[in-house]
Write a protein that binds this ligand. Structure first.
Ligand code: XMP
Length: 519
């Protein structure tokens, strides 16, 4: 997939690493446009117009096996700088005649200290002190390919950074893209500017104008429909398309009854009154509660919510004539994941709720103006469109909503309790300035009651679980370390104000092994 109209760019070839997306983000954070391609699609590329650098990602394969993912050697003849990371380095070494050894026994995993062997453009201003870098590999390059030099080593691997300055090929065994590597961005900076000589600085704000023009060109006089939830993605999509085609955008808000407290009313007011969008609100909560009655299996709940949503949205949209397009807030990570190439077939952990079945069913064409962007980039676009801060900075929220934050069967009464607890939690986070530091936070209800004592009487009520995680992309996450004062206060506030809860617990698991949501 190629997005047009980008000047200089860096291509990242994805060999299946869990953190390839982070490479793209790091590059973009440095003001350079980057795209991720599968090795197969990369090998099909005929023209390298505007490609100023190529990065080969890490991956689970081994170049010592008989079959392993590779790229054609052509790229090394084009005078385009190449940086290999982990598997990428091993592949470079293999292609140029080095020796790689599978070292099952001596894996290097975790932090390692770098020792400088020679100066290099890649490590300019980097190897001044001994840096701690993040390693995660079994195979290691044991013999340097001819015409390459060693820039740095660690205690366990001699060839940790290598280079061939004449051909502008570089390789690092560690992962500069992860935060565990000290100042990894210096490596990327050195690669992009002195090595790839990229001058043009890309910035997301300037993309807004282009996106609006592209929407105008695509849609012309036709009508577009979109499901507006009040989350960041659908809100930015709605504002963008509205800027392009005004009233020809029809926004449908389906209130499932599974949203956070006041969220739908507030979103409706903002979009209808403030932005003057063509918004239709449908209250469907009764249908959702009816269908969810006595259902406690998480997958069943997800399917019921997803299907009913589609049914209602479709029925409503049939009332409008001449709709040709369906707008969706698909983001770049969604596309990369669905195109994951290198055979690392990750098992389906949960069925995600989206309106993916709709376009085919309704014979609509899709427009996905955000499909080139990461979440934080979408927020920058939102900001440039004047999207109100409390929507623009909102944490991610799953499609099935509170339906999967009530473990077990869902009832309107439980939703009410949960909405109150969640409202208090989120407000306290905002008040204390912690909200922005956290990737995602929410309250959930567990399907067990426990005994408590309030005043002089015994209580037997629900457990409210609080979850707050830090993450870069939702793929992995760590629980947030709250100051004790905050935890004490929040527990008191929830118990004193939410009838039906007599115990508050905090989830201290990371992802993996847990997921961010409970179901
Ligand atoms: P998990 O629970 O899989 O969640 O660790 C990762 C991220 O995805 C969000 N999530 C969803 N988002 N529809 C969505 O649009 C869904 O069905 C869904 N399920 C989980 C979750 O909130 C977290 O940000």
């Amino acid at each position: 997939m190629e997005f047009h109209n980008h000047k200089e760019k860096v291509l990242i070839i994805d060999f299946g690493s869990q953190v390839t997306k982070l490479i793209a983000r790091r590059i973009r954070e440095l003001g350079v446009y980057s795209e991720i391609l599968t090795p197969k699609n990369f090998n099909k590329l005929k023209r390298f117009y505007n490609v100023k650098g190529v990065i080969l990602s890490g991956g689970p394969s081994s170049v010592t096996s008989t079959k392993f993912p590779r790229i054609s050697k052509e790229i090394f003849k084009k005078n385009i700088p190449v940086l290999g990371i982990c598997y990428g380095l091993q592949l470079i070494a293999k292609i140029f005649g080095g020796k790689i050894k599978p070292s099952k026994k001596r894996r290097e995993f975790g932090r390692a200290i770098l020792f400088k062997k020679r100066s290099s453009l890649l490590t300019r201003k980097y190897l001044i002190t001994k840096k701690s870098v993040w390693m995660s590999h079994e195979d290691a390059v044991v013999k340097l390919p001819k015409s390459f030099k060693v820039v740095a080593s660690t205690k366990d691997s001699k060839l940790t950074i290598i280079e061939n300055t004449k051909k502008k090929i570089y390789g690092v065994q560690f992962h500069p893209e992860v935060t565990h590597t000290d100042n990894g961005n210096i490596i990327f900076k050195n690669f992009l500017f002195p090595i790839c000589k990229i001058k043009k600085k890309w910035n997301i704000k300037s993309q807004t104008k282009r996106l609006i023009e592209e929407i105008k060109e695509t849609v012309k006089q036709d009508k577009v429909i979109c499901a507006l939830s009040g989350g960041v993605d659908s809100s930015v999509v709605a504002l963008l398309i509205n800027k392009a085609i005004k009233k020809n955008l029809i926004c449908i808000m389906v209130d499932t009854g599974l949203m956070r407290k006041n969220e739908f009313k507030y979103t409706y007011k903002i979009f209808k009154k403030k932005y003057k969008l063509n918004v239709k609100l449908i209250n469907a909560s009764r249908h959702f509660f009816n269908k969810l009655k006595n259902i406690s299996n998480p997958e069943k709940k997800r399917k019921i919510i997803g299907n009913l949503f589609i049914e209602i949205f479709e029925k409503e949209s049939r009332k409008y004539k001449n709709i040709k397009f369906l707008a969706q807030g698909t983001l770049y990570p969604d596309i990369i994941e669905s195109k994951s190439s290198t055979g690392s077939k990750t098992s389906k952990i949960k069925s995600h709720h989206n309106v993916g079945g709709l376009p085919r069913k309704m014979n609509l064409r899709l427009i996905e103006p955000l499909k080139e962007f990461f979440k934080d980039e979408v927020r920058i676009i939102g900001n440039s469109l004047g999207l109100v801060k409390d929507i623009n900075l909102k944490h991610p929220f799953p499609g099935p909503g509170l339906g999967i934050r009530i473990v077990g069967n869902v009832t309107p009464e439980k939703i009410k309790i949960l909405q109150e607890a969640d409202f208090i939690f989120i407000n306290e986070l905002i008040k204390s300035g912690l909200y922005k530091k956290i990737w995602q936070a929410y309250a959930a209800l567990l399907p067990i009651k426990t005994v408590g004592v309030m005043g002089d009487s015994r209580t037997y009520e629900n457990i409210c679980l609080l979850r707050a995680v830090i993450s870069e992309d939702g793929m992995t996450a760590d629980y947030f370390n709250f100051p004790k004062k905050f935890v004490d206060n929040i527990s008191n506030k929830i118990i004193n104000n939410v009838k039906g809860v007599n115990r508050v617990v905090y989830d201290i698991t990371s992802k993996p092994p847990s997921t961010i949501e409970l179901e």
